[in-house]
Design a protein around this ligand. Sequence first.
Ligand SMILES: Cc1cc2nc3c(=O)[nH]c(=O)nc-3n(C[C@H](O)[C@H](O)[C@H](O)COP(=O)(O)OP(=O)(O)OC[C@H]3O[C@@H](n4cnc5c(N)ncnc54)[C@H](O)[C@@H]3O)c2cc1C
Length: 373
Amino acid sequence: MEAVGEFVQQRWGELLDEVGAGAAERYAAGEAFPRKYLIQAAQKSLHGLALPREIGGEGMGSNVWGRVLEEMTFRCDESAFSLVVSMTTSIAFTLYQSGDARLIDNYVRPFMSGELAATLAFTEDADFWSWGTTLTRDGDGGVLSGRKSYVTGGLISDVFLTYAAAEPGRLAACLVHRDDPGVRLIPAEGMGFQSAGMAVLEFIDVELGPERILTWTDGLDHSQLYLNERRSMQASWTVGRMRGLVARCAARLRTTTRQGQPVLDYANVAGALGRMHMLTDVAQTMTHDVLDRQARGETDLVYDAKISAAKHFSAEQAMNLAHQALRALGGHAYYGDEYYGRYVRDCAGLIPAGGTQDSLEITIGALVAKNLL
Ligand SMILES: Cc1cc2nc3c(=O)[nH]c(=O)nc-3n(C[C@H](O)[C@H](O)[C@H](O)COP(=O)(O)OP(=O)(O)OC[C@H]3O[C@@H](n4cnc5c(N)ncnc54)[C@H](O)[C@@H]3O)c2cc1C
């Protein structure tokens, strides 16, 4: 990771310092970080890092990209920044995998240049077989109506990879643009990620040409392709955030004394820090393992149990770490430094995001029962 740290520092260090500078104030005010940072990051070749050279990327693979994402999250106080960047890169990867030259030219290349930013519009407060969002055939194209409840980076994105109910028992996937007539973005309320530009997305009879419709019938498989890759990126982000928490805790504990002694001389406090490091280290090892497997083409592209396990484990441990920090730091974590509040609020979102922990356990359990793992 040292080499990755140096690489990140060299290429994006200055930008990360600038983005991170106003993070706490933006979070408190519920303001999205400025869109210009996404453009600046792309101009410094962040978005194309893992994409192949033949389409203008740097061909470094998902193992490098995941580690860079982790490192950026670790270094930058604006933790929403790397998260939102990774929404675009995950969609770029999914569209690239389709092999469709039009999608690559019209979307993947502009994602790499920073001209466009993309995010996911999947969830609504309903089972996907009874979604209110529908795509209805209209000539060669379709008309989209409905509402998506919580879209990461929605307020600062241009393109929405949207899933909708189409023919009976089928999901469609389509690309919706922010400036399409009938698209409405509303700031979304939530527990955390206050500076990530979370949005509710409404579609009022949005007309989409055939070039915007990725599939009329296989949206469920399409979404799994996206979500599978997404989970390893979520785990990478989580590990970066965990490393940040441990470093902040250690820095505070190094300067704290009680009863005339540095608190780190108390075995229970040193032990807490040791525990926190171990949890983070195991989450990182698991995540790096799946990133390396992905880069070697050894993972299942639709559903990979090891990727899901990395998402699951890192999300659980991120919350466990918050608990450990509250024990080790005393009241400081609660009222002395607002950083911990942001951490707890954001990391709570890792439990449902990318597929609930329960759903991952059920799927992995079913695979074990069938002797498939
Ligand atoms: C921080 C954050 C960011 C997000 N960003 C986005 C985004 O960018 N775009 C987007 O579209 N969505 C986003 N979401 C939404 C997220 O994808 C969903 O919350 C998540 O997929 C869970 O879906 P749900 O909320 O409908 O919960 P549900 O799936 O309805 O879960 C409710 C409960 O029912 C259980 N359950 C559901 N189905 C089953 C089943 N078949 N068997 C057993 N138990 C079941 C679950 O385990 C859970 O306990 C985000 C969420 C968070 C927290």
